[in-house]
Design a protein around this ligand. Structure first.
Ligand code: UDP
Ligand code: MG
Length: 318
């Protein structure tokens, strides 16, 4: 197998990391012997990143450069890289030398063994323990529990994907970390290997603890999309019915108090609760109906099928 590799690197204000990263990559990739391209995405940097990556691309035609108009964020920049990539194996990584190109061969070995996705696991992570490592441990545990796809380190950018798995994936928010989960849900074989991690030497990290919150919110979206995207009414409608049922119970209690205990309606908060739960229930059901319309528009406007075919035999492309 001599598939072409696409190394995808989002860069935001990484001026001093570019040269050393390129040199390291070139030496590792040279040894592996695969054809390759390095895609550098300048995510609206305000420092000298732009000029320096252009300079590298001038020297080496295997380096492709994409400049984004402004800072769109790491996930969007990675998406731009994925859309540009022409390789058979896509390998995103960070551009700050925290990931080590020397781990690429190991990822490739796993793909050669038949896996579709191999994720890096920073076993000995060199970031701030309190602000980054601990919240990330909690988030990883949650993601593993909720998604049912068990990896140790979803946030590690260094991963390897077979092209078929990742092309066409649409990423939003902080979602690049969830690609292995989507992939696994769609039938891909996913594994992980331990990778090196180095402390950042040049430049600064762009993230703090707030990232964990975004990741957890994104996780809720991913879970919702997996379970209910095709049947939003089951979620909204289910919640709505429970609320209406609670409202009905309170209503009966209210009548009970009034006629058997002689308590006036306004002596208890029950009437308020009845109205509140009833309204919530009703609104949820309506939201569910709107979500159903949106879901149909989504699929039908773009001719998006609600299934994914593995392979066919003697069929025309559909
Ligand atoms: N990055 C980017 N756009 C952003 C923020 C970050 O392209 O808005 C890039 C950054 O240049 C680096 C990678 O994403 O190559 C990871 O960022 P960082 O090192 O700040 O994250 P950390 O390692 O602290 O999680
Ligand atoms: Mg970093």
């Amino acid at each position: 197998m001599n598939s072409k590799l696409s190394i995808i690197i989002p860069l935001y204000n990484e001026e001093d990391n570019i040269e050393p990263l390129y040199e390291k990559l070139e030496s590792v990739l040279g040894e592996i012997g695969h054809e390759y391209e390095i895609i550098l995405i300048n995510d609206g940097s305000e420092d000298d990143t732009k000029r320096r990556i252009d300079a590298v691309a001038c020297r080496d035609t295997r380096v492709k450069v994409v400049h984004l108009r402004r800072n769109f964020g790491q996930t969007a920049a990675m998406m731009a890289g994925i859309d540009t990539a022409e390789g058979d194996i896509l390998i995103p990584m960070d551009g700050d030398l925290q990931n080590d190109p020397a781990d690429i061969p190991e990822l490739l070995t796993k793909l050669a063994e038949g896996y579709d996705v191999c994720s890096g696991w920073r076993k000995d992570r060199k970031d701030n323990p309190l602000k980054r490592n601990f919240p990330s441990k909690v988030a990883n545990w949650l993601i593993s529990k909720i998604s049912g796809v068990h990896l140790h380190d979803y946030g590690c950018s260094l991963k390897a994907y077979k092209k078929e798995i990742i092309k066409g994936v649409k990423l939003y928010g902080e979602m690049h970390r969830f690609i292995p989960i989507y992939a696994c849900w769609q039938g891909a074989k996913v594994t992980e290997v331990g990778v090196r991690h180095h402390p950042r030497i040049h430049g600064q990290s762009k993230y703090g603890i707030e990232r964990t919150i975004k990741v957890i919110l994104d996780l809720m979206v991913v879970k919702f999309l997996d379970k209910y995207a095709h049947k939003p009414m089951y979620l909204f409608g289910g919640f709505g019915l429970v609320n209406i049922f609670v409202s009905f119970l309170f209503f009966m209690m209210m009548l009970g108090y009034k006629f058997f205990d002689n308590k006036s309606f306004i002596e208890t908060p029950l009437p308020l609760a009845v109205v509140l739960f009833f309204l919530m229930g009703f609104m949820s059901i309506f939201m569910g109906l709107i979500a159903e319309i949106l879901m149909r528009t989504y699929h039908e406007s773009q001719n998006k099928p609600t299934y994914i075919i593995d392979r066919t035999c003697n069929c025309k492309d559909i």
